[in-house]
Design a protein around this ligand. Sequence first.
Ligand code: SF4
Length: 244
Amino acid sequence: MNDYHVVSFSGGKDSTAMLLHMLELSMPIDEIIFCDTGAEFPQMYDHIARVKKYIGRPITRLKAERDFYGFMFDYEVSARRTKNASYHNKGLSWPSARIRWCTRRLKADIADKYARERAKEYNLVQYIGIAADEQHRAKTKRYPLIDWGWTEKNCLDYCKSRGFDWGGLYDIFSRVSCWLCPLQRMDSLRALRHNFPDLWTTLLDLDHKTWRTFRPDYSVDELGAKFAAEDEMEHRQVNLFDAV
Ligand code: SF4
């Protein structure tokens, strides 16, 4: 069987750096795949379109049978599988640390299905963009960033040196994933509300329409109230300081 070299591309700084540098090194690449959750930042979709144009090659977009919103609201959950089914049994609602349905259904399952299909014809060689300071996550497959010793910072600096800025996303967030992720850190959520008021309004709307609360400890309304109170406190402290 011939080798078939596949780059797993998320659009983030690490896999972007890996892809660009592999091309610069003329490493073999037969296909570039991107698992689309449907819930990336608009700036991330713009970035992916820019990368595609920059490298002058197609990027295969893999999608599950539904996007994030389809699973969240429309997927039929068996009444036996959720305590809340008697109340509202449609949709998987927000993922949580315990029920992280999104990574499996929107990423792992479709990537595995793709790999199984390709492996029928080829000896599949997959390249994953895990940075050298994240190498505890590496298992099998190939990890060029680890081979090169490139840290997350190296990756971001390199991408910026090639003209990619993600519309400023990495100036706001240290990690960029689905904009609506309930598992993102509190400071990311704070930054989301501060910098993307339209997305925050959409987040509120989504939380109002689904049966599981955004996070076990906070609804989106409660988070908004918490962040507003923090802003108010900070504002008062600044005024007090100015008055002294
Ligand atoms: S970033 Fe969050 S919402 Fe998106 S797939 Fe990962 S865990 Fe799920």
